[in-house]
Write a protein that binds this ligand. Structure first.
Ligand code: NAI
Length: 325
């Protein structure tokens, strides 16, 4: 039996991992996030399982290694929260590269539809028997231009969803696909032409704050900015300023640069110290969801299955097809 320390456990994680066959693996579920202070609980575990907002820095990795952990199975696609140099030669990092691109692409469109047709405001009004529709005007998506940054698995599916709405699509990706149906343009041209900009690229040095003051100075007045990828792709202060100036007409944010201490937790009885987030959350033309774009039954099933298979491959000495090199 291999013990696996499972960090940052939420009820849905436990449910899906427990109901997926995992003979030979014993998950020890911990609610704490993985970081340098909590890694010690993995003592006696051969593996660990972590998620997007765990802080997997050198100290955490050294502590895991000292505890006996030799494999870290990330139950997510992104891995920008890991110090790979520290892990090299000590702990193998595995991930779930592709659990449901549909879940994220569909949530992206849900944010756009909700923002544009003011569903969040209509919902509040009708619950209060306020049946006025003043101020709820939207625009037809049909014929509008969506600019997609990053045409990987999610970006491609999102492009298809947008085409289904009769939207014009353009894209920017430094590694364009050999696909004539996608009109690739420069980043600057995408900023200038798009009515809606949607981010589907990973967080790297070259994408950090890809939406910043300079980018927002190029965009159309009233542009919608949608981010279901990683928070730090957007300079939130610059976005806030552009929203206040009415340069940006709306924002749909499933991720936020400083989300790690807040998202996935209930702070409904607390005073949030992050003024930028408080202002964003309270704007009528901003919708913040709490990194939930992935949260579908299909995605949770795939995450559990692939993570368990990744661990089986590691312990059997098989080729690690989902290793992050
Ligand atoms: P992917 O790896 O299939 O595609 C990423 C694309 O971004 C690639 O085509 C790549 O060439 C492109 N790219 C790389 N550098 C770029 C740059 N500088 N500018 C523009 N494009 C660039 O990844 P996938 O599966 O499509 O996921 C995209 C992102 O979605 C992930 O990196 C992750 O951050 C995020 N994600 C968010 C979830 C959520 O629940 N909100 C769940 C899953 C993923």
């Amino acid at each position: 039996m291999k013990n696996i320390a499972f960090f940052d456990t939420k009820p849905y994680d436990r449910e899906y991992f427990e109901k997926t066959p995992h003979e030979g693996l014993h998950f020890k579920f911990y609610v704490n996030k993985l970081n340098a202070e909590t890694a010690f609980v993995a003592k006696g575990c051969e593996g660990a399982c972590a998620f997007v907002n765990d802080t997997i820095d050198k100290q955490a990795i050294d502590e895991l290694y000292n505890c006996g952990v030799r494999v870290l199975a990330m139950r997510c696609a992104g891995y920008n929260n890991i110090d790979f140099k520290a892990a090299a030669g000590k702990i193998k990092i595995l991930r779930v590269p592709n659990y449901s691109p549909y879940a994220v692409a569909e949530h992206t469109m849900a944010l756009i539809l909700c923002l544009n047709r003011k569903i969040h405001r209509a919902f509040n009004r009708t619950r209060d028997y306020n049946f006025s529709i003043n101020g709820l005007e939207g625009f037809d998506l049909h014929g509008k231009t969506v600019g997609v940054i990053g045409t990987g698995k999610i970006g491609q599916i999102f492009l298809g969803v947008c085409r289904g709405f009769g939207m014009k699509t353009i894209a920017y990706d430094p590694y364009p696909l050999n696909d004539n149906s996608i009109e690739y343009v420069s980043k600057e041209e995408l900023f200038r032409r798009s009515d809606i900009i949607s981010l589907h690229c990973p967080l790297t040095d070259s994408t950090y704050h890809i939406i910043d003051e300079e980018a927002l100075s190029l965009t159309k007045k009233g542009v919608y900015i949608i981010n279901t990828s990683r928070g730090a792709l957007i300079d939130a202060e610059a976005l806030l300023k552009a929203l206040k100036d009415y340069r940006v007409g709306g924002a749909g944010l499933d991720v936020y640069e400083e989300e790690s201490e807040l998202f996935f937790e209930d702070f409904s009885g607390s005073v949030i110290q992050d003024d930028t987030l408080s202002l964003l959350v309270n704007m009528p033309n901003v919708i913040v969801t709490s990194h939930q774009a992935f949260l579908t039954r299909e995605a949770l099933t795939n995450i559990a299955e692939v993570t368990i298979n990744n661990l089986y491959d590691f312990f059997a000495g098989n080729e690690l097809k989902n290793e992050v090199p």
